[in-house]
Design a protein around this ligand. Structure first.
Ligand code: ADP
Length: 461
């Protein structure tokens, strides 16, 4: 369900939650996921022949799974061939302990092992009256401790509340006509309310979960971009929506035979790119999450005061970001939390680009005693079925949150709940980092938690 590959932005500005307790994870559901076989793969003489043919190039590496009918053996052979071809050792990149069948045709091609990322737990996050232990996969020291501290401040203040404002995945194909007039003709046709019922019937045939909500069009000369929005149940929905869009394009070709389909994704969607359209219109789940942090808690847990936080928020997250020409970046480090939760729960981490769009607001309330803090996030793209969510580790993390798989009673409510948990976790992360900055702790805490005293030059050889 990917679109383009986008490199992550580097943001390493996290404070610590110095001296704070890490509550143990809650067990929401006692289902046990059995680990894959730990028996090491032994390569036979026959395997040796295959390795040689891969090294020589007579057996393409990508055919190993279908040739051998054994995904783990295929990975072992590919890995050995790769080491011989490159003369580089893969020691340290584990092969054993992973279910290679589970990724075949779904998650990753030509595997040679897997990267280990530690998962830490922040929480309990008290959100809408329920406690969540939030799994975060990260290698950034301080991050989990920081989110954990924010969770504590929220909990001691009575919890956060969230509202899901919108739920709709988008896809925008680009089509070309011989004239701008013809492109405009199709725009009017698609946006005419009288045509919606028919178009949605055609679109919705793609899946029992895909339900068309609207089509918004924009024109660049002779080219038309039609942004379809639909609900996608518990799936993040890129595959689902693409199928629905294809159905409509096929149908339109009958009446608009002069329409030239240039691409099913024309970037007005907009997937994995920072874009104003997502910031303004939303993509996936749009969530607002808020909490009133008691002045006492700001002092005792966050080690700062309400006025300092409000001022810092205004000058950093609002004014500073405006000066930088930010697009959706009116926050301290939403992408840190979004990405760590996404990796732990099997989301597409490249979608952190727009999923991390967030405006953090802070205001003194109750005669200046307490802090009202909120995060507004218009484009949280998450699912609890499809993609990486069904893999054992990721599925265990979803299970911990009580949102594993499809929600049988109400399709889509697991994914929607996950989106609110992401927003709640971001709220915790914002509170903690902003407090550390306001209290001038940032560098000190990083030196303590994020800088090993080991001699790095000795480790890296
Ligand atoms: P995506 O569209 O996010 O890339 P996939 O198409 O890979 O996801 O996965 C969605 C699949 O899961 C579809 O085949 C859909 O029919 C199935 N499915 C089962 N239950 C649900 C549910 N509650 N919500 C959404 N999809 C579901």
């Amino acid at each position: 369900s990917t679109d383009e590959i986008v490199l992550n932005e580097d943001s390493r500005k996290v404070p610590c939650g110095a001296g704070l307790d890490c509550s143990p994870p809650q067990i929401v559901n006692k289902e046990i996921v059995s680990p894959p076989s730990l028996v090491p793969t032994v390569l036979s003489e026959e395997d040796e022949e295959i390795i040689n043919s891969v090294v020589k190039g007579s057996t393409p590496s990508y055919t190993l799974e279908s040739k051998l009918g054994d995904c783990k053996k295929a990975a072992a052979i590919r890995r050995e061939a790769l080491q011989r071809l490159t003369g580089k050792s893969l020691t340290g990149l584990p092969l054993e302990g992973f279910d290679y069948e589970s990724i075949l045709g779904q998650c990753c091609e030509m595997p040679v092992g897997y990267v280990q990322i530690p998962v830490g737990i922040a929480g309990p996050l008290l959100l809408d009256g329920i406690e969540y232990s939030v799994p975060m996969a990260t290698t950034e020291g301080c991050l989990v401790a920081s989110a954990n501290r924010g969770c504590k401040a929220i909990h001691l203040s009575g919890g956060a509340t969230s509202v899901l404002l919108k739920d709709g995945m988008t896809r925008a194909p680009v089509v070309r006509f011989a004239s701008a007039q013809r492109a405009a003709h199709l725009k009017f046709f698609l946006e005419n309310p009288n045509n919606f019922e028919n178009l949605s019937m055609i679109f919705n045939k793609s899946s029992r979960f895909a339900r068309l909500q609207n089509i918004k069009c924009t024109i660049a000369g002779k080219n038309l971009y039609m942004r379809f929005t639909c609900s996608t149940g518990d799936a993040m929905g890129m595959n689902m929506i693409s199928k629905g869009v294809q159905n409509v394009l096929d149908y339109l070709q009958n009446d608009f035979s002069d329409m030239d389909v240039i691409g099913i994704s024309g970037n007005f969607c907009s997937d994995k790119k920072a874009a104003a359209v997502n910031w303004i219109e939303g993509r996936g789940k749009s969530v607002v999450c808020e909490c009133v942090i008691k002045g006492e808690v700001v002092k005792k847990v966050l080690k700062t005061n309400v006025a300092a936080l409000v001022e810092l928020n205004m000058l950093k997250n609002l004014t500073g970001s405006a000066m930088a020409g930010a697009l959706g970046g009116f926050n301290a480090h939403a992408s840190n939390i979004v990405t760590a939760v996404y990796i732990a729960t099997g989301q597409d981490p490249a979608q952190n680009v727009e999923s991390s769009h967030c405006i953090t607001m802070m205001e003194a309330v109750n005669d200046g005693q307490d802090l009202h803090v909120s995060v507004t996030m218009p484009s949280i793209e998450v699912g609890t079925v499809g993609g990486g969510t069904q893999l054992a580790s990721q599925s265990a993390c979803l299970n911990l949150l009580g949102v594993k798989g499809a929600n049988r009673e109400s399709a889509g409510s697991n994914a929607r709940l996950l989106a609110t948990i992401v927003a709640g976790s971001v709220l915790a992360g914002e509170l903690s980092l902003m407090s550390a900055l306001a209290a001038g702790q940032l560098v000190r805490s990083h030196m303590k938690y994020n800088r090993s005293s080991k001699d790095v030059s000795k480790v890296s050889s």
